[in-house]
Design a protein around this ligand. Sequence first.
Ligand code: FPP
Length: 253
Amino acid sequence: MGLAVEGSAPLPQHVAVIMDGNGRWAYRRHLPRVAGHRRGAEVVREMVQSCAELGIPHLTLFAFSTENWRRPSLEVRLLMSLFRLLLRREIRKLHANGVRLRVIGERSRLEVDIRRLIDEAEALTQDNTTLTLTLAVNYGGRWDVAQAARRVAAAVQAGQIRVEDIDEETLAPYLALADIPEPDLLIRTGGEERISNFLIWQLAYTELYFTDTLWPDFNRPALERALHSFAQRQRRFGRTGDQVAEDACSANE
Ligand code: FPP
């Protein structure tokens, strides 16, 4: 039994992950970078299974950023192939395990067949409730805020919203992931300690966990260490520590 699942330690309802370190994992083994991505894709499978088993209902993975197009074209093609494989070959298994798959990001730059596979996978799994797996593909946090602003502006133009009524709550429903709880825990593997244009709006109150472990090595014990760290933290959401402690006492009465 892992540390984080002992007793009544609070589990995050939504875990977001920046999966970094595939290239370095391969380099250390004198393998091509693509070998690291292949192993990384296997770890994605294991992670989905672990979250489902532990009862974490939402998992969001940063699979391809708006900046990743700058990588060598062979590597971009390989990453897209891995994504294709997941959508084509593994979607039935995910469906059978109650996984609802969704993709966030700018789709127009993705190849037509991938867009079609995404539509099919989302339609097939839309009613599943065990785990929502969201893949961020050609996603950037700034893109997300910009697309939300564009849609709010269109609603203003259509006379549905008044400019003076626009506030955080007006904008929020137009952002990616609006219909699920904001991430409680962000895990970034690979040693860097930054957000790298991931969910910049949605991570405002998220607990951040950085680890040197490279993504291909991020196994079940590594996940449990992250969950244990999360369970130790006191989330105040702007309140004082005393207020949080009082609330916890009254909730336990
Ligand atoms: C970062 O490692 C990882 C990525 C850019 C892509 C993540 C992709 C996968 C885990 C595999 C495919 C996933 C799916 C969902 C099909 P890096 O290459 O930047 O590593 P480095 O920093 O060591 O070079």
